[in-house]
Design a protein. Structure first.
Length: 65
């Protein structure tokens, strides 16, 4: 019974982390701003950091099953 919420949370974190990394990569490749009114290096670094963090959280949820 307790594995249901862990699967849902893990899937949500993993999908969001993957989408954030893909979106950030696409913005960087096209030299478009990742966030407006923020330095490009800072915004790309933070977005990548949070994307990886969400992927790690998703994997962590899957290991608790």
């Amino acid at each position: 019974m307790e594995s249901g919420p862990a699967v849902f949370a893990g899937t949500t974190f993993a999908l969001f982390g993957t989408a954030l990394l893909v979106w950030t990569g696409a913005r960087v490749v096209h030299r478009a701003p990742v966030a407006y009114r923020v330095r490009p290096v800072v915004s790309a670094t933070l977005a990548t950091l949070f994307g990886v963090l969400f992927l790690v959280l998703g994997v962590g949820c899957f290991t608790c099953i």
